[in-house]
Design a protein around this ligand. Structure first.
Ligand SMILES: [Fe+2]
Ligand SMILES: [Fe+2]
Length: 298
């Protein structure tokens, strides 16, 4: 381990980088306007519709999500007012927020980030599948939580590219026995889960999504919605075992066993068999949801 140039200032450096970057990486004005409307008590579809319609790109993306198999509607949704009614405020807010975050990072895409976003999309689909397997009401937060769970990793990879690739080289060395997560802590003095949580916090995301991202490795610590964090956590593990990860399955984290009581509460028959069956359906579901990819600008 002595070869790693770990500095005690690393953590401070990353924290100041996050606050500098979130000053520059601002979400579009329209997102803040949407947040104002969706969080307001008197909001109605008539407040939200003209706002979204004022942004043609967002309009097109929301319509393409509303018409994708994501929601399973058979009727065509061709207007925003119809989309607002069928999707609901919360779903529109989640979609607008996650699409904007992805756009911020898309501008500086690299091969590794591309792979990470694909992994994230798989985790988003998996997290939604888990929510329905656990009999939870499957609203958009499961998809969004999965989609953004590794946003901290994408941030580190894009804003500290040399350091990040130095870390990956070291990780690839056959004689070097250390997990990705331990190495990341050594290199940056902070875990990507915390970085992601801090980023979403600065963009004023809903608390349940911030917590699911910040605690996707230890979901029992997510106070606001541990079931959401658990779905993201389990989907992350299933996708990694299934080979849908840029780092390979050598680096997956073990399951957080402290979520088991909650899992059995939600579904008495929760267990390995069910999870293996879900994993088998994952590829098919990801293919089925492929139309969604373009809505998120891949
Ligand atoms: Fe992660
Ligand atoms: Fe992940």
């Amino acid at each position: 381990m002595e070869e790693i140039q770990y500095s005690a200032q690393s953590r401070e450096h990353i924290l100041s980088l996050i606050s500098r970057c979130t000053n520059i990486l601002t979400l579009p004005h329209i997102v803040h306007q949407i947040l104002e409307v969706t969080s307001g008590k008197k909001s109605s579809a008539s407040d939200l519709t003209p706002l979204i319609e004022s942004d043609p790109a967002l309009t097109a993306r929301i319509l393409s999500v509303a018409n994708s198999s994501y929601l399973g509607f058979t009727k065509k949704v061709s207007t925003i007012s119809h989309a607002v009614v069928v999707l609901g405020f919360q779903e529109i807010q989640n979609l607008a927020l996650s699409m904007s975050v992805i756009q911020l990072f898309n501008r500086r895409g690299s091969d590794f980030t591309e792979k990470l976003w694909r992994h994230s999309f798989s985790v988003a689909v998996g997290s939604r599948m888990l929510a329905s397997y656990l009999n939870l009401k499957t609203d958009g937060k499961y998809f969004v939580g999965g989609l953004l769970h590794d946003v901290g990793k994408i941030f580190l990879c894009q804003y500290l590219p040399e350091k990040f690739s130095e870390m990956l080289t070291l990780l690839d060395r056959q004689d070097f026995r250390i997990t990705y997560h331990a190495l990341e802590e050594r290199f940056f003095g902070i875990a990507h889960a915390e970085v992601g949580g801090r980023l979403l916090e600065s963009w004023m995301f809903p608390r349940d999504i911030i917590d699911a991202v910040a605690w996707h490795h230890e979901p029992h610590r997510a106070l606001s919605d541990p079931a959401l964090a658990a779905c993201v956590h389990l989907a992350d593990i299933l996708c990694t075992i299934r080979g849908m990860s840029p780092l390979g399955d050598r680096y997956f984290l073990p399951m957080d066993k402290k979520i088991l009581p909650l899992m059995y509460d939600l579904k008495e028959s929760f267990g390995t068999e069910g999870l293996i069956a879900l994993m088998g359906q994952l590829d098919l579901e990801i293919d089925r949801q492929n139309a969604l990819l373009s809505a998120f600008r891949w």
